[in-house]
Design a protein around this ligand. Structure first.
Ligand code: ATP
Length: 295
């Protein structure tokens, strides 16, 4: 019995960590053989994306019944728009990302993509339409080729190289003696934070999803690499609907719209300039960050 429960417990822990980190692993439920907490409805249909409008209506959610994290969030993201979610630590930003990926179901309200409630569609089709670039890209103990191709296992060699070029990692890969066949991950070549991010971007470019969820926290990178990665993320966002979960404000100033989340509610929304003019919560966060960076 112990022999059976030990690995299952271990898999459960891995699964929870993956879910917490918002990692893009659409089929991880199969991978880990774990029953998902969220199940497809009988007769669930594939999500049909046409533009990628995202709509949260009065969304309430808590990980535990007695503690509400989101308390009635209304958010409309138009097709092709980039919306950044900012707010102090623990305000519920990443939680919105986890709900969009349907790691959990909302307690109240609804979350729709192009008018379809995500509880009514198959999780497989939902995950196929959303590309997640997490804070920390997970690499499998396999080749760079495999790690990029994970975004779309049927991709051709040329497509994989194209994605790597767009993510500005191709030249680096070619400089390695074994090129795309270089083993990476825990048991292979250790990539730097920036290199890992680029592999993650190449993986997502290959997947080519209409909706992007960027869990942006590039603080582990040096400033120059961070700026380069930001440029690549921006380029990737062209023509897609993007939700950026921003932990630092400097990188999202040019988002189409910024929403400020505080204690599970949206307290302000507007462009960077509009919000600075308002001199409210966003302006406060911005000024504080500027002062911190100057110090
Ligand atoms: P940060 O900027 O620090 O990443 P955030 O705004 O993204 O914060 P969330 O990760 O959404 O915050 O977390 C919101 C709240 O939910 C926090 O108080 C956190 O402790 C709680 N929380 C997050 N994940 C879980 C979980 N799996 N179980 C219970 N509570 C959780």
């Amino acid at each position: 019995m112990i022999q059976i429960t030990m690995p299952l417990n271990f898999l459960g822990t891995v699964y929870r960590e993956i879910r917490q980190a918002l990692i893009d692993m659409g089929d991880m439920f199969d991978l880990l053989g774990q029953p998902a907490e969220v199940q497809d409805k009988p007769g669930a249909k594939p999500l049909q994306v046409n533009g990628g409008a995202i709509s949260l209506r009065d969304v309430a959610f808590g990980y535990e019944a007695e503690r509400a994290i989101l308390k009635g969030v209304d958010l409309e993201v138009r097709p092709g728009q980039t919306v950044a979610i900012v707010g102090s630590s623990g305000s519920g930003k990443s939680t919105i990302g986890r709900l969009l990926f349907r790691f959990y179901d909302v307690t109240d309200g609804s979350l729709c993509i192009d008018g379809q409630d995500i509880r009514d569609v198959t999780q497989e089709s939902l995950h196929a339409q959303i590309g997640v670039v997490p804070q920390d890209t997970v690499l499998f103990n396999d080749t760079i080729h495999y790690n990029i191709a994970y975004g779309r296992p049927d991709a051709t060699e040329a497509e994989i190289r194209e994605a790597a070029k767009a993510a500005k990692i191709h030249d680096f890969i070619m400089s390695l003696p074994r090129g795309y066949d270089t083993a990476v991950g825990e048991r292979g070549l250790k990539l730097s934070g920036g290199e890992k991010q680029r592999v993650g971007i190449a993986r997502t470019l290959l997947k080519n999803p209409p909706i992007l969820l960027l869990d942006e926290a590039t603080s582990a990178l040096d400033t120059e690499t961070e700026m380069e990665i930001q440029d690549e993320l921006k380029a990737m966002g062209q023509g897609r609907t993007v939700i950026t979960i921003a932990h630092r404000l400097s990188t999202i100033a040019d988002a189409d719209r910024i929403v400020v989340l505080e204690d599970g509610l949206i307290v302000e929304t507007g462009s960077h300039n509009e919000l600075l003019e308002k001199d409210g919560r966003y302006a406060h966060l911005w000024n504080r960050q500027e002062a911190e960076e100057a110090a």
